[in-house]
Design a protein around this ligand. Structure first.
Ligand code: HEC
Ligand code: HEC
Ligand code: HEC
Length: 281
């Protein structure tokens, strides 16, 4: 009996391990939308025209279902005409997608509406819905990531001191270098070097704060990251350096890194990285 249990356990162990091995090998492929789609998003366009077209399509599909159920031919036709126009515009905006469209379904839907064959109309509408979904499965996520996540490659950090502008990635590397220099120098009792690095770090944080305005018009987001908590932590770091207390420095520079650097990264960094990846830069 116990032998069987043992064998079963062994089998379970082996099979679960092979499952893990397969999982580790899994890859995720993301289909990129054609570049022409970019013309229908900010900043190439004034508005996110593509997305608003999609919102209209969903509304039109809903109106058609509702008026078919209510058997209101007049309103049904009004919304069918709108759906037709917006669905066609997909192929006008992104010519590469023209062949994927099933525009003939819309003509059939219009005919069914004209002859009052509402059940047929609903069947055709369900088929049209499938054509929406098949494009979404392939492109919805990659398009949203590619065109609607914040674009940090366009944001520059301006130095208040030198008036020079720096790319985000470079400004970030400098911040990391300074944070580490403060830790290293305070541990090795080089108070002057630690203090100089702290001064520069604080200046660079002010510069970074200036860059938030290119996307956030309000004070609120800046306060969330660069607020009272940050000032208290950096005061403690300064005090620790002055007193030669490396432990205090380490503790509060760590707290600062979590409150400021990690909080902001949690919101922006993976989005920025994904956008960059999908932009093929
Ligand atoms: C040939 C491709 C294609 C077809 C066909 C298409 N869409 Fe889309 N749709 C997209 C892409 C790409 C997005 C992602 C846009 C974004 O998030 O910026 C999208 C997004 C949407 C969204 C926004 C979803 C959300 O995240 O809230 C709606 C709603 C939508 N589509 C409705 C429709 C409807 C309804 C149809 C069919 C009548 C349709 N779409 C047909 C490509 C397509
Ligand atoms: C390239 C554009 C861009 C830049 C630059 C930028 N952000 Fe954001 N940020 C966004 C977007 C987009 C969101 C998410 C959308 C939203 O506001 O809800 C966001 C969300 C946030 C949020 C959380 C949501 C909220 O509204 O409270 C905080 C906090 C924040 N940003 C802080 C900052 C700080 C601080 C800076 C400057 C150091 C900064 N951001 C720079 C684009 C940007
Ligand atoms: C807007 C809020 C924000 C704050 C505050 C912030 N970062 Fe970043 N960080 C980003 C974004 C966005 C990126 C990706 C930008 C890019 O690579 O172009 C990034 C990338 C980085 C990178 C990678 C750089 C590279 O070239 O790959 C490092 C390192 C980094 N940050 C360190 C820090 C440190 C240390 C702090 C705190 C002292 C900090 N960051 C504060 C938003 C922020």
């Amino acid at each position: 009996m116990s032998r069987i249990v043992f064998l079963l356990l062994l089998l379970l162990l082996i099979s679960s391990q092979s499952v893990i091995a397969v999982e580790e090998d899994r890859e995720l492929a993301l289909q990129l939308p054609p570049d022409s789609l970019g013309k229908w998003y900010k900043p190439a366009n004034e508005r996110d025209v593509w997305l608003h077209t999609m919102f209209r399509l969903r509304r039109e599909m809903q109106a058609i279902s509702e008026y078919a159920a209510l058997e209101d031919a007049q309103l049904l036709k009004k919304w069918l005409a709108r759906l037709q126009k917006d669905y066609r515009s997909i192929g006008e905006m992104v010519p590469e997608w023209k062949d994927e469209l099933e525009s003939e379904l819309l003509e059939k839907m219009a005919k069914a509406a004209d002859s009052g064959e509402l059940e047929k109309l609903q069947t055709l509408q369900r088929r049209l819905g499938k054509s929406c979904r098949s494009c979404h499965v392939e492109y919805k996520l990659s398009a949203a990531l590619r065109y609607r996540t914040p674009d940090f490659s366009r944001v520059l950090v301006e130095s208040e001191e030198t008036m020079e502008e720096e790319k985000y990635g470079r400004a970030m590397s400098r911040l990391t270098m300074l944070v580490n220099r403060i830790k290293i120098a305070s541990e090795d009792r080089r108070a002057d070097a630690a203090m100089t690095a702290l001064d520069e770090l604080q200046q660079r944080l002010l510069d970074l704060e200036g860059s938030c305005a290119s996307c956030h018009k309000q004070e609120r987001q800046r306060q969330h990251i660069f607020g009272q908590q940050m000032r208290v932590s950096l005061d403690k770091v300064r005090e620790g350096i002055g007193q030669g207390n490396a432990k205090q420095v380490g503790r509060y520079i760590g707290k600062f890194a979590v409150d400021v650097c990690a909080s902001c990264h949690a919101i922006h960094r993976s989005q920025s990285d994904l956008r960059e990846l999908l932009s093929g830069k």
